[in-house]
Design a protein around this ligand. Sequence first.
Ligand code: ATP
Length: 269
Amino acid sequence: MPVTSHPHPAPTEAGALPGSLLIRNLRKEYRAGQPVLKDISLAVEGRGITAIIGPSGTGKSTLIRCINRLVDPTSGEIWFGGSDLARLRGRSLRMARRRIGMVFQEYNLVERLSVIENVLCGRLGYVPAWRAFLRRFPDSDVERAFALLDAVGLGADFATRRADQLSGGQRQRVGIARAVMQDPALVLADEPTSSLDPKTSVEIMELMAALSAGGGTPIVINIHNVDLARRFAQRVIGMSRGEVVFDGPPDALEDRHLTDIYGGEGWLS
Ligand SMILES: Nc1ncnc2c1ncn2[C@@H]1O[C@H](COP(=O)(O)OP(=O)(O)OP(=O)(O)O)[C@@H](O)[C@H]1O
């Protein structure tokens, strides 16, 4: 059972923070009758990092991907920005999505484009298609992209390098700058540190924490590393077999919860 319960009132636009996310009875079946997510309900509000932990195959990525509709939910509601994302289609879905920044484990950069062009890709939902096609972004966007490169620790020297010339840590910095370029009300990160060494992982989490604290943007992160979750998140959600089995602050996460989440005990030292 969750150690803290979050009330799930009827969603209203009035009073809701811009990045508020309310999930009600979310269910996903890739195969009929075999739910990967079993009626998940949770609310994410305000700034801060929410870390989702759980064993492989428990549905963490599916949950993140349902929120921005990379995966279509089977049933349930996902309220964000005054709309139920689960029901949006076409243009209204694109409009809602542009306020949700995504950071991926494998970075998802456009390899043959330069670093600065990859950062500017964060504006694709905002500029007319012809401008994007001709790569003619407004000067204010270009200035901001350079400022963001600086903010994520990559100076202007990196701007014209092709993405395929970067290390994993550098790519993830570009991925974060691209997400911020969207002016997101919410950022979703799917195992952003899983391909990185321990030191770079900490640096990337520090960047995410700064983004969340500075910009006030709530961030939901799938993460395998429990120590990083404890260190950087204000809230930890533990999933097991498609259900939330722990929901609380990192301090409340005890070995018995980790046993509930991951099963067994031998691996706990
Ligand atoms: N596109 C898909 N089609 C069919 N089954 C899928 C698909 N994507 C995921 N699954 C299945 O759904 C379950 C949950 O997968 P998911 O990737 O969400 O888990 P996860 O907790 O993120 O795992 P990991 O930590 O290893 O990334 C798994 O059994 C997986 O095989």
